[in-house]
Ligand binder design. Structure first.
Ligand code: ACO
Ligand code: KIV
Ligand code: MG
Length: 563
């Protein structure tokens, strides 16, 4: 066992030598403020239903995990299949020997049950790494020992010690022992078995909350109790391994580290068996955010700039897609929609953002960071309009804002296209060129729907046309097109009912632009090519009439607009 040097740096010294990774000694971390990150995305993460990866994909992720700077990569369960063995071996040979300029190379772990075949296979897979490690586990809770293993406490204790010694005799000197289902195990038995495997030669012991049943304060207490009661515990590194069945994996892990765990077992995006494991990004950023006020100066060696890239890679390879509101790496994690937040954020980012998104590798460009919708306010509307190249006066903003809110009530998002339409509506005050006279629709099961329409031009002339179409509305709009003879492209069409029931009022919203438009302009700020669009709305009890009226309203704006 390594003896502990007497010179331990203070938090202040640690503060000054920020993010220095101490040299790797299996059973001891030379800096008491350093927390090892043990990534198990490729082992427990892959146990997520449907997340299986090929050996090549696992190798790619392992390379990325090394860029992220994890201390330990649990690469897989070598005994589980041939391709899994190959994956772990490739990772050990390649990633496990790729030493960087600072001497960093990740430890490569293969997991094994407490039996000779698993352990031999794991060793064969990892032994070519510079820092190979075997993690061997056996359940210690009454329910698992009785119903799953069919073994007594004495048998489990004896198997565990025998298998640790077996692994050492193979030549493996860095061994982790895991008492599976530790949080439901009897305390005294836990202290006993941990004490015995430490004597048998393990370098780390992990305490898994295998079924995610534990409360944060219970998990913290368990770690503290193990530290206080396990013979020889000071000679090994204590590791936490928490599952998320009650959504507490991260909270439990953080309590674990506060109580003395100095290795944290985590996965990218929090993927893992059932509801997943503690998420690497959440743990690392929580430690970073609250390093001095809550965690006594504890720190990790993670290069946080690689978090987003790693998250995206794992999402893609596992097919485990992130919910938009996933902390830190979800699509909405740094996006603001409500007006009060947007206003604050536009004035000073830290009003609503606790970390710089750039610190986890998010690159923001213009227009990122906020979206417009029903709950947005004038500040964000003005900002986006400016980004799109529109400089509006206050009274114009107020009028656009009124219509913007009305649109927001109908749609989930108000897009840039919508904004351009709202502005074009605001700045064009047009005398109608066409009005609806009459229309008649024939529809049913006998033949195609057809519409006969009469439009009145501003010069007083009337024009009649008839058209068939895919449906009643389609036939009516086509009949309008026959009369007006303009190249119109329908960009958007939506109908909402204000009151349920067949007698309800329908509101129709139509957006059009010129087909093959040459009237393209360039937004001054975004430099995008922009086709002017024109909208119209109408309401009534007849959906076809309402649609035609909305279409004609948009058409009149288009005809009246200047290039
Ligand atoms: C909490 C965890 O995350 S543990 C890790 C879970 N991960 C996995 O299981 C993924 C990889 N697993 C596999 O590919 C397969 O389960 C294999 C290849 C390991 C084993 O397959 P099989 O031999 O067909 O066994 P099967 O999976 O059906 O059953 C597991 C056996 O291991 C035994 N076992 C379970 N845990 C342990 C252990 N830690 N030590 C020794 N034996 C164990 C069980 O009692 C059972 O034995 P039995 O068949 O005598 O009843
Ligand atoms: C086998 C161990 C490490 C585990 O994944 C668990 O108990 O959750
Ligand atoms: Mg687990």
């Amino acid at each position: 066992m390594t003896t502990i040097p007497s010179m331990i740096p203070s938090p202040q010294q640690t503060k000054n030598s920020i993010d220095m990774r101490p040299i790797y000694i299996p059973n001891y971390i030379p800096n008491p403020y350093y927390v090892r990150i043990f990534d198990t995305t490729l082992r427990d993460g892959e146990q997520s239903p449907g997340a299986a990866m090929t050996s090549q994909e696992k190798l790619d992720i392992a390379r990325q995990l090394a860029k992220l700077g994890v201390d330990v990569i649990e690469a897989g369960f070598p005994c589980s299949s041939q391709d899994e063995f190959k994956a772990v071996k490739m990772i050990a040979e390649e990633v496990g020997n790729d030493v960087d300029d600072n001497g960093y190379v990740p430890v490569i772990v293969g997991i094994a049950r407490c039996n000779q075949k698993d352990i031999e296979t794991a060793w064969e897979a990892v032994k070519h790494a510079m820092r190979p490690k075997i993690s061997t586990f056996i359940a210690t809770s009454p329910i698992h020992m009785e119903h799953k293993l069919g073994k007594s406490k004495e048998e489990v204790l004896q198997i565990a010690c025998k298998m640790v010694k077996f692994a050492r005799n193979l030549g493996c000197h860095d061994i982790q022992f895991v008492p599976e289902d530790a949080t439901r195990s009897e305390r005294d038995f836990l202290y006993q078995i941990l004490g015995e495997v430490i004597k048998a030669g393990v370098t780390t012991v992990a305490i898994p909350d295998t079924v995610g049943i534990t409360m944060p304060w219970e998990y913290g207490r368990l770690i503290a109790d193990i530290k206080a009661n396990t013979p020889g515990i000071e000679n090994v590194v204590l590791s936490s391994h928490c599952h998320n069945d009650l959504g507490l994996a991260v909270a439990n892990t953080l309590e674990g580290v506060r109580a003395g765990a100095r290795q944290l077992e985590v996965t990218i995006n929090g993927i893992g068996e059932r509801a997943g494991n503690a998420s690497l990004e959440e743990i690392v950023m929580a430690l970073k955010c609250k390093r001095y006020d809550q965690f006594d100066g504890l720190y990790t060696g993670i290069n946080t700039q690689h978090i987003l890239k790693t998250s995206k890679m794992v999402e893609k390879y596992t097919g485990m897609y992130l919910q938009p509101h996933k902390a830190l790496v979800g699509a909405n994690a740094f996006v603001h929609e409500s007006g009060i937040h947007q206003d604050g954020w536009l004035k000073h980012k830290a009003t609503y953002e606790i970390i710089l998104p750039e610190s986890i590798g998010i690159k923001r460009s213009k227009g990122d960071g906020y979206v417009l919708g029903k709950l947005s306010g004038r500040a964000a509307l003005r900002k986006r309009l400016e980004e799109l190249g529109f400089q509006l006066k206050d009274d114009e903003i107020n009028r656009v804002f009124f219509n913007f809110k009305a649109l927001g009530d109908k749609k989930k998002r108000v897009t840039d296209e919508d904004l351009r339409t709202l502005v074009s509506n605001e700045v064009t005050h047009i005398e109608p060129i066409w009005k609806l006279g009459d229309l008649q629709v024939i529809s049913g099961t006998l033949g195609l729907p057809s519409t006969t329409i009469r439009l009145i031009n501003m010069n007083g002339s009337t024009h009649v046309a008839c058209s068939i179409g895919q449906g009643s509305v389609d036939s009516a709009l086509k009949a309008v097109n026959f009369i007006v003879k303009e190249p119109i492209k329908l960009v958007e069409y939506s109908v909402t009912t204000i009151k349920n029931g067949i007698d309800g009022i329908v509101t129709t919203y139509v957006v059009i632009c010129r087909e093959n438009s040459n009237y393209e302009s360039t937004s001054t700020l975004s430099q995008e090519n922009v086709h002017p669009t024109f909208s119209g709305t109408a309401a009534g009890t007849d959906v076809v009439v309402s649609s035609v009226e909305a279409y004609i309203a948009a058409l009149n704006k288009m005809l009246g607009s200047k290039e």
